[in-house]
Design a protein around this ligand. Structure first.
Ligand code: ATP
Ligand code: MG
Length: 562
């Protein structure tokens, strides 16, 4: 790996790994079975990536297995599109659930029967209170709740009502099934939590079979138990649900008793990591879709050209802890640069072209030059680039009246063309408004390959492409989607903090033709500019590239300052 890595960059700790190792050592667990349990109501984001790397990573490490289980208990927001996208994203990250693909909806019948068991044991009842009344009766953190008037219904009556709920006799919300635990419990989750609700809705997998659906709390732990999950890892907001998780597995005839362990969720600055908010961005038309390259979704990052390895490296290096904190987006970028710097091939591309005519170069002639595909890795070889009389350079590589430290092109100053010749600007052509439209230059035929036989040096090397051979492309430059580190922290509405300059589209960019051969999402380095990859919509006729990331590493620079 990278030798420069300082201490803060070491792979961070993971307290869950220690717990699992101890469970195995003490014989409390014989194997490790984890699961990643997304609800299919949106696309996966970087927070999910943290959970995926944790669950699949630990299973790999301890030679166990990790299940992919769709937590599809809320038919109203769930869709097949999301089920498919989630599988694609987990696979792309490089994880494999093998035959262990499950759905909470696979267990609906079992869960239903277990609910009947609870009713028969006097541990659950049908309540007719409305949602508002239930909330009112629940009490607060400082006051105990009070019993519902329906709490002491006889088991037979409860059973009859519950069966009629299933049969679709009642309207949405008319009744619920509640576990009968303790309305005075210090933990509000134990104040007779709702475990079934009426929803006359079509489910993406079970269709119209069900009129009632288990709540998250009633489905989750039981699904874990059915699958023999040994360690059920979830984020901290479920810490207060753990007593209920344990109460249910204690009071139901489940085959195993999984252990729930909570960890801090990932928060990232300059973005939002919540499916609810991401959904709002998509449905509100603030982005192009779930896979917009500015989105913190796995599919957005893939489209943007981040390699899966960068996301995995990031997830490992932030570690797993009990206390939440916000990670800098700059750190994800740092991980991305580290990987791309090693793996991405180099190419020449001019984003804002300025035409240069080399007067003393023979008209109509073309020659081949060798360009290294990676300066630090000879094994990826070289490619041929074409040179001719007219080329494009970057507009801001020329200044007519340069300040002292500007070593690129200016009138009379000799510079090196990358992989090519030394050239000197002899004339500046302008339009009526005074804008520079073209440069005339001369070249020194003795400097082919970038060195002068007389040993004279030049201070600047600039990139270029041959005008005759270049392809014309569109390039999309990205900035953070939000211009505040915590979107919405001041106004209360995250939409207010959208960065109006998050997308900048450049057209008429000039590329060396080999860039047409790249697959979507595969990033290369445009020398001196950053990393870019073809968009999935890119075609030979209309190439479109996304900027993955620039070259400058603000995170590493900050850390170096200390
Ligand atoms: P969201 O708040 O985005 O809707 P969620 O937790 O409701 O997220 P699920 O589909 O239920 O989304 O999440 C699947 C798994 O991913 C859960 O185990 C959840 O704890 C985990 N997860 C979700 N967001 C994060 C995050 N920001 N950091 C770490 N893990 C997360
Ligand atoms: Mg959820």
């Amino acid at each position: 790996m990278n030798e420069n890595k300082n201490e803060t960059e070491e792979i961070a700790g993971n307290f869950i790994r220690d717990i699992i190792a101890e469970d195995l050592a003490q014989g409390r667990a014989k194997t490790v079975i984890t699961r990643f349990p997304p609800e299919p109501n949106g696309y996966l984001h970087l927070g999910h990536a943290k959970s995926i790397c944790l669950n699949f990573g630990l299973a790999q490490e301890f030679n166990g297995q990790c299940h992919l289980r769709f937590d599809d208990t809320n038919p109203i927001k769930e869709e097949m599109e999301f089920i498919e996208a989630i599988q694609e994203d987990v696979r792309w990250l490089g994880f494999d659930w093998r035959e262990h693909l499950y759905y909470a909806s696979d267990y609906f019948e079992t869960l239903y029967l277990w609910a009947e068991n609870l009713i028969e044991a006097g541990k659950a009842y049908v309540d007719d209170l409305s949602a508002d009344e239930i909330r009112e009766y629940r009490g607060t953190l400082t006051e105990p709740g009070k019993n519902s008037p329906h709490r002491d219904r006889a088991p037979e009556e409860n059973l009859d009502l519950f069966r009629r709920m299933r049969a679709g006799e009642f309207t949405d919300g008319a009744r619920v099934l509640r576990a009968k635990i303790d309305m005075a419990s210090g933990n509000i989750n134990l104040r007779d939590p709702v475990i079934y609700r009426i929803l006359n809705a079509e489910h993406p997998r079970t269709g119209k079979t069900w009129s009632i659906y288990p709540t998250y709390d009633f489905a989750h732990g039981q699904s874990d138990a059915i699958e023999g999950i040994t360690h059920s890892l979830c984020t901290l907001e479920f810490e207060d649900h753990r007593p209920l998780y344990d109460w249910l597995t204690e009071n139901l005839p489940v085959p195993t008793r999984p252990k729930q362990i909570e960890f801090a969720r990932l928060n990232l600055d300059y973005t939002v990591l919540s499916k609810r908010l991401l959904t709002e961005l998509v449905t509100g038309g603030h982005v192009e879709g779930w896979d917009d390259p500015r989105m913190p979704t796995i599919s957005g990052l893939r489209r943007r050209g981040l390699p899966a390895a960068a996301i995995i490296d990031f997830a490992q290096r932030i570690g797993i802890t009990k206390s939440g904190s916000t990670v800098e987006m700059a750190f994800l970028e740092h991980c991305t640069r580290e990987i791309l710097n090693q793996t991405a091939e180099r190419r020449l591309a001019v984003l804002r072209p300025l035409k240069v005519v080399i007067d003393n170069y023979p008209q109509g002639e073309t020659e081949e030059l060798a360009a290294a595909n990676h300066p630090g890795d000879e094994s990826v070889g070289t490619r041929t680039i074409l040179f001719s009389r007219e080329i494009f350079i970057e507009q801001d590589d020329f200044m007519e009246d340069p300040p002292k430290k500007f070593f690129r092109m200016s009138p009379g100053r000799e510079v090196r063309l990358r992989y090519g010749y030394f050239i000197t600007c002899t004339d500046v052509i302008k339009d009526a408004a005074g804008n520079v439209t073209e440069l005339r230059c001369s070249y020194d035929p003795e400097t082919r390959g970038g060195n002068a036989p007389d040993g004279r040096k030049v201070k600047g090397t600039i990139h270029w492409v041959s005008a005759e051979h270049a392809i014309t492309a569109e390039v999309r430059l990205y900035d953070y989607l939000f211009h505040k580190p915590v979107p919405g922290s001041e106004s209360g509405n995250f939409i207010d903090d959208l960065n109006p300059g998050s997308l900048d589209v450049l057209s008429g960019c000039k590329f060396e033709p080999s860039l047409l051969d790249l697959a979507p999402g595969v990033a290369v380095q445009f020398e001196r500019q950053g990393y870019f990859c073809p968009d999935p919509t890119s075609t030979t006729d209309k190439p479109v590239f996304n900027q993955t990331i620039g070259l400058r590493d603000s995170w590493a620079k900050e850390k170096a300052k200390g």
